[in-house]
Design a protein around this ligand. Structure first.
Ligand code: PEP
Length: 251
């Protein structure tokens, strides 16, 4: 049994006080929903304050990134230990980081290793760009990203994968439920090949890309989709709550 999961990626939005307000606006209602893992990923600067606020609640905390070195002279970076002190989850390899911060498969791989080493549960993002999708290269791209991100990693306990087609992120143009289900099924087969059937069957694989309250049910009805990584819609308490509520009703 895979516990469904809805994770909110707040990206570079909300000041600390806005983050607190957003959590307060949905915390009580989210807490009433028991069969879904509800994860919020605010910016680094709000993690400590949000952590205080959600103490004792069922909401879980994630970061949006980390650096792979343990500590040292890396001005401006945040180490795995710093993140694990506050969070259970960490998003790694988001397409915005690959695109704007030149994160390669090799860097993503080092970050996954570093996160797993300190007991963090990485949410590894993979997904093809529009031109790759149109050229029929989705399978090739996703398979390559999985291979490079997980190269040499024997132990992936706690790892979650988010299939996020780049053309669907923040565009309002979501994949269809069937498209997402098909690629997630391919990802699961890849994990089975790289690891084992058991690991693949137990791994949670999320869809991400313009998920909203209006289309959440379409994705959650799909058997291979175990939840969603939600960007824009996670910044609105009612939208996020509705996505979690729909997931709880279907899964
Ligand atoms: C994301 O940031 O991972 C994401 C899926 O964004 P959005 O839901 O806004 O498309």
């Amino acid at each position: 049994m895979r516990i469904p999961m809805i994770a909110g990626n707040w990206k570079m939005n909300t000041t600390v006080s806005e983050a607190i307000e957003l959590v307060k606006a949905m915390q009580d209602e989210l807490d009433k929903i028991a069969n879904v893992d509800k994860v919020i990923c605010p910016p680094f600067v709000s993690l400590a304050a949000v952590r205080e606020l959600i103490k004792g609640s069922s909401i879980k905390l994630g970061a949006q990134n980390l650096f792979f070195a343990e500590k040292g002279a890396y001005t401006g970076e945040i180490s795995p230990l710093m993140v694990s002190d506050l969070c259970e989850f960490v998003i790694i390899g988001h397409s915005e980081r690959r695109q704007y911060f030149n994160e390669t498969g090799e860097i993503v791989n080092k970050k996954i290793v570093a996160a797993l080493k300190v007991g963090l549960k990485p949410i590894l993002c993979v997904g093809e760009r529009l031109e790759e999708n149109e050229a029929g290269k989705t399978e090739e791209v996703v398979t390559e990203q999985l291979g490079s991100s997980l190269a040499g990693i024997g132990y992936i306990n706690g790892l979650i994968i988010a299939y996020e087609p780049v053309w669907a992120i923040g565009t309002g143009r979501a994949a269809t439920g069937e498209q997402a289900n098909e690629t997630i099924s391919l990802i699961r087969r890849n994990i089975a090949k790289l690891y084992s059937d058991g690991i693949a069957q137990n791994m949670r694989i999320l869809y991400g890309g313009s998920v909203t309250a209006a289309n959440a049910t379409e994705f959650m009805k799909q058997p291979e989709i175990d939840g969603a990584l939600v960007g824009g819609a996670s910044l609105k308490a009612t939208e996020f709550l509705s996505i979690v509520t729909q997931t709880s009703a279907i899964k």
